[in-house]
Design a protein. Structure first.
Length: 451
């Protein structure tokens, strides 16, 4: 009788699940597996190591991107991300049943990566990353698109890359920039930002964000408005901004004979991030936001607590209180993202400045699919000059970091395709698999991740 009862319960459960699947309303319990489901971001959302905001960020899932759903934990979706378990808040996700991948026809020809780019075995963020390529890497398109990914031929094999990170523009010979296939659109006027806005690379829902511009910034617009965004020329490139948060500026009062900025009498540095204004007033237009450590050419004129500076060839104003004669910023020429590091990361930068003065370039906070750099815990210390001739100098830095790991609160170090981790300190320097190029193999820089 018991075996009959168990069989009946199994049969009824199967029928119930089958019915729910047809209705599309299955809800997984906290321990349930949902291997047949994928979740898609309805806006960009943080991917975390655990089910809560107190857990560290592993990356960002952008609008339209999908990952495989493994189950749920309360209001958090348990997902597979870069071959590991991660969590995303369900409020920012839509769920669909995973079936056969939808393949559509796309363009063929040659494309180049516009940034560091993961090359995957399949067209999902859950698929294996074969390698990470440098900007300006050349691909051949097969003409197949799936889930915002393009199929490409890479080293003789079919692989998949994120479509928005490749371009048909060809790199200029001997330089790290792209040549333009056509002239930039004509500027028809200027607009002012009424809020802090994303700098978008295109007008599609799957845009890439190149940072933000502060409220009050002035942009050159072309008169094109599409999909709720306006086209602008920013830093010599076509960019797009939310149309609901920009207002036109009249050019009727411009004086074409307005004199250029007066001569500079010296240089001052900003103590912190600082608004550059059109006039000496807190209510005046913000022309730009300068990072801590920015050097200004000052004219010596002070008005209502503001110091006059020369900004892009014209007079402008910044709060005099936040200027100083020496530069205490961690930033040096060509370095980026150092002032946004967490305290342990900043300690590494200061140690490098003191102990290894030949180093001129370091990188801190930046976008990455791995959490180290976006979290402010990692520093890339670039080898000086021709890195192939300075491998020994790199090992000097790497071994110094290892010897002082406890004091500097270092978690792990990577250099020259070798890794040393505090957790496995007794194993020494362990060789890593080939990632495809010298930068990915850490031959041109020492990577340090702190706690």
């Amino acid at each position: 009788m018991n075996s009959i009862g168990r069989g009946l319960r199994v049969f009824m459960a199967t029928v119930m699940v089958s019915s729910l699947l047809q209705l599309g309303t299955v809800v997984a319990s906290s321990s349930a597996q949902a291997d047949g489901f994928a979740v898609t971001a309805t806006t960009w959302v943080n991917i975390r190591s655990g089910p809560g905001t107190r857990y560290s960020k592993l990356g960002i899932l952008y609008k339209g991107q999908s990952v495989k759903k493994l189950g749920r934990h309360g209001v958090w979706a348990k997902v597979k991300y870069n071959n590991r378990t991660a969590y995303i808040h369900s409020y920012y996700l839509s769920t669909r049943v995973m079936g056969a991948r939808k393949i559509s026809a796309g363009p063929t020809g040659t494309r180049y990566s516009v940034a560091e780019l993961n090359v995957r075995t399949n067209s999902t963020l859950s698929s294996q990353v074969v390698t990470t390529v440098d900007p300006y890497t050349k691909f051949t398109l097969t003409g197949r698109i799936s889930n915002h990914f393009s199929e490409v031929i890479y080293k003789g094999k079919k692989r998949w890359v994120w479509t928005n990170y490749i371009t048909s523009a060809t790199p200029k010979m001997g330089s790290k920039s792209f040549s333009r296939s056509s002239k930039l659109p004509k500027v028809t006027g200027k607009m002012k930002l009424t809020g802090r806005l994303l700098i978008r690379n295109d007008d599609t829902p799957n845009f890439i964000a190149f940072g933000k511009l502060p409220k009050g910034s002035i942009i050159d617009v072309t008169g094109v408005k599409r999909n709720g965004v306006v086209q602008a020329i920013y830093q010599g490139q076509v960019r797009w901004f939310d149309a609901d948060w920009v207002v036109p500026i009249s050019n009727s009062h411009k004086n074409p004979n307005k004199p250029l900025a007066p001569a500079a009498i010296g240089i001052r540095y900003s103590k912190s991030n600082l608004n550059v204004r059109a006039s000496a007033s807190v209510h005046s237009t913000i022309l730009s936001e300068a990072k801590a450590g920015t050097h200004f050419h000052v004219t010596g004129k002070i008005k209502d607590g503001y110091a006059q500076i020369i900004w892009q060839g014209r007079p402008a104003w910044v709060a005099a209180l936040y200027l100083q004669s020496t530069n205490n910023s961690l930033l040096t020429l060509w370095s980026k993202g150092l002032d946004d590091l967490l305290p342990n990361g900043k300690r590494i930068v200061k140690v490098v400045h003191k102990e290894f003065p030949r180093v001129k370039v370091m990188y801190g906070v930046r976008f990455d699919t791995f959490p180290d750099h976006p979290s402010g815990k990692a520093v890339d210390i670039m080898l000086p000059g021709n890195y192939r001739n300075n491998t020994e100098y790199g090992w000097q830095m790497a071994k110094y970091m290892r010897a002082n790991a406890k004091r500097l609160k270092i978690r792990y170090i990577i250099f020259n395709q070798h890794v040393w981790n505090v957790k496995y300190a007794d194993r020494g320097w362990r060789r890593m698999s080939d990632r495809g190029n010298d930068t990915a193999n850490h031959k041109d820089h020492v990577h340090v991740t702190t706690y």
